[in-house]
Design a protein around this ligand. Structure first.
Ligand code: ADP
Length: 371
């Protein structure tokens, strides 16, 4: 077991900076997820920790030891890739045992390690099979098994579920969570899928364009995003952003005016806000109500998706790039072309200044996932 510490790490290919000012501690035993849109640098960051990419500047320490110049095999890490990279001519046992045989471990020790990993991953009945006789999920398990037998101090996973279909991804997500619970080893997991990040992580690192936007528990990122980027990235369906003007604000709240003239009270600390300035009201689809008791917003429904468990209503509102999305109870009697008087509780208003920085919400965050 080991922590991973990155200090002022940056990465450039020739003169193109792809990662900058990376300061981060992944704690011993933590499940840390790197998430961000394609091209933000998350795989490069993981590959630098693995030793597959050079570090242009800064320090990387694993378990307190600086490893900038230590080869991958001596870093105490094991990496699992999106492509399983199994040897097609070897059966599962040999695929999993390969690294240990190379390291010339005694046969009995190899046998025991492979059997134990196969059991954890529920593939112990398949050890004689070749990879081509396995499903995608089973192949991914073999790739994970190959990492487990090495007993690494840190596991690195690079989009391990990307090649699987939607149903299998959900199942494997659960298996990853269980695996971490069982092994309690430090794990760093890269994905572009925010749902995967939210469900697996102790803490999430949100990256954008080579920088860390925010680090926090899933609930912290949902409840207190630092900026528009994180607010828009975390949460599904996506947060609505409504252009607004700040009427007044202090440490106890803010009053903003929307494009249609409605005044909305927000439970945020807006002490640093300038009256008259442009702000953005953030409203998560799941926080709208149909009773309009608090913060009434008038809209017209353009499209409805009845999903059974919930109803998604897409509505017109001036100044929005995309329709205003509301997630309502599955039995809400809402139809296309209805006019709706929506409510938005002040406690669930998010507010961002003209630079996209969040005003802190006053509502107490829910209990964060235990570290
Ligand atoms: P992500 O994993 O978030 O999709 P990557 O880490 O793969 O992003 O890439 C981050 C950025 O670095 C991208 O803009 C990509 O084009 C660039 N990049 C990655 N590898 C190389 C390389 N070998 N040479 C030049 N640029 C690269």
């Amino acid at each position: 077991m080991a922590d991973v510490q990155l200090t002022q790490v940056h990465k450039a290919y020739n003169d193109v900076q792809v990662l900058r000012d990376i300061n981060l501690q992944v704690r011993d035993g933590e499940f840390m997820v790197f998430v961000g849109p394609s091209g933000c640098g998350k795989s490069t960051l993981l590959r630098m920790i693995a030793g597959l990419e050079d570090i242009t500047g800064g320090t990387l320490a694993i378990g307190g030891r600086v490893v900038n110049d230590v080869p991958p095999a001596e870093r105490g890490i094991a990496m699992v890739f999106q492509s399983y990279a199994l040897y097609p001519h070897m059966n599962l046992f040999d695929n999993m045992a390969f690294g240990l045989k190379l390291a010339k471990l005694p046969k009995a020790e190899i046998d025991q390690a492979v059997q134990q990993a196969a059991k954890i991953l529920h593939i112990d009945h398949l050890l004689d099979r070749k990879p081509k006789a396995l499903s995608g999920g089973q192949r991914q398990r073999v790739a994970i098994g190959r990492a487990i037998v090495r007993k690494p101090e840190v596991f690195l996973f690079d989009e391990p579920l990307s090649n699987l279909d939607a149903a299998l991804r959900v199942k494997m997500r659960y298996e990853f969570a269980k695996l971490h619970e069982e092994l309690k080893t430090t794990m760093i997991y890269v994905t572009h899928d925010q749902v995967e990040a939210m469900t697996l992580a102790d803490r999430i690192v949100v990256l954008s364009a080579g920088r860390i936007e925010q680090v926090g528990t899933p609930i912290e990122l949902y409840e207190q995003p630092d900026n528009l980027f994180v607010a828009g990235f975390i949460g599904s369906p996506r947060m609505n952003f409504l252009p607004a003007t700040l009427l007044r604000g202090d440490a106890n709240g803010a009053e903003v005016k929307l494009a249609n003239g409605e005044t909305v009270h927000c439970a945020v600390d807006a002490a640093r806000g300038r009256p008259g300035s442009t702000v953005t009201l953030g409203a998560r689809p799941e926080h709208f109500t149909l009773d309009a008791r608090e913060n009434r917003i008038d809209t017209r429904v353009t499209f409805v998706e009845a999903l059974g468990s919930s109803t998604q209503a897409y509505c017109d509102y001036p100044g929005l790039a995309e329709p205003l999305t509301c997630q309502l109870d599955g039995r809400s009697p809402v139809r296309t072309r209805d006019t709706l008087a929506l409510g938005l509780p002040a406690d669930w208003c998010y507010l961002f200044d003209d630079q996209g920085r969040a005003f802190p919400r006053l509502a107490r965050p829910a209990q964060a996932k235990a570290a």
